[in-house]
Design a binder for this molecule. Structure first.
Ligand SMILES: [Zn+2]
Length: 184
């Protein structure tokens, strides 16, 4: 089933290519790994779930913070003021951040290999390309040469990242970049 938001159909569920599996990660806890060699540009993840307004999302995160038993709210900002909340407990939850990722967005929900990948490599994405909600920060020890040390919801303002990920941001951030809302 699909829900239409801003002319874009939102899948209700998360789809993960069966060649992407969960295993222990040196980046953090568990992560996603390729179990086979896969060509660059292959869609291996399709996100889905519920789309909420900023106010609705803030209320859900508030509720989750008050309930120690509540699952972590996995969310990305798809369109301006529109946040995708993934169903709890999907495989996509284990996707780790890397500052030199093997995956990137090719659509609001579609995530593809950024280059040809080998069996055993970790499937990672740059959270900076997905996080537009103000105030997000995360320490990073991904080990990449280009590691930024800290990931924030303002990383889209960095010109070197704008160039590296051109066309591979969630639409909310792509729009901000194109509108020239950047600092030097
Ligand atoms: Zn890093």
């Amino acid at each position: 089933m699909l829900t239409t938001v801003d002319e874009v159909a939102v899948p209700h569920d998360v789809w993960v290519d069966p060649r992407v599996v969960v295993a222990d990660s040196t980046i953090a806890g568990r992560g996603l790994f390729f179990s086979r060699d896969i060509a660059g540009g292959t869609v291996v993840l399709r996100l889905g779930g519920r789309v909420l307004s900023s106010a609705q999302l803030a209320a859900e995160i508030d509720d989750a913070d008050r309930d120690p038993g509540a699952p972590y709210v996995d969310t990305i900002t798809v369109h301006p003021g529109r946040h995708l909340v993934l169903p709890a407990g999907t495989t996509a939850h284990f996707g780790n951040h890397s500052c030199d990722p093997t995956l990137w967005h090719v659509g609001p929900y579609e995530i593809a290999t950024r280059r040809a990948v080998h069996a055993g490599e970790e499937a990672t994405i740059d959270y900076g390309t997905q996080s537009g909600a103000p105030g997000f920060t995360m320490r990073c020890r991904c080990g990449a040469d280009a590691c930024r040390g800290e990931i924030t919801s303002d990383d889209w303002r960095r010109r070197e990242l704008q160039a590296r990920y051109r066309g591979h941001w969630v639409p909310a951030l792509e729009l901000r970049i194109r509108s020239g809302d950047v600092d030097g």
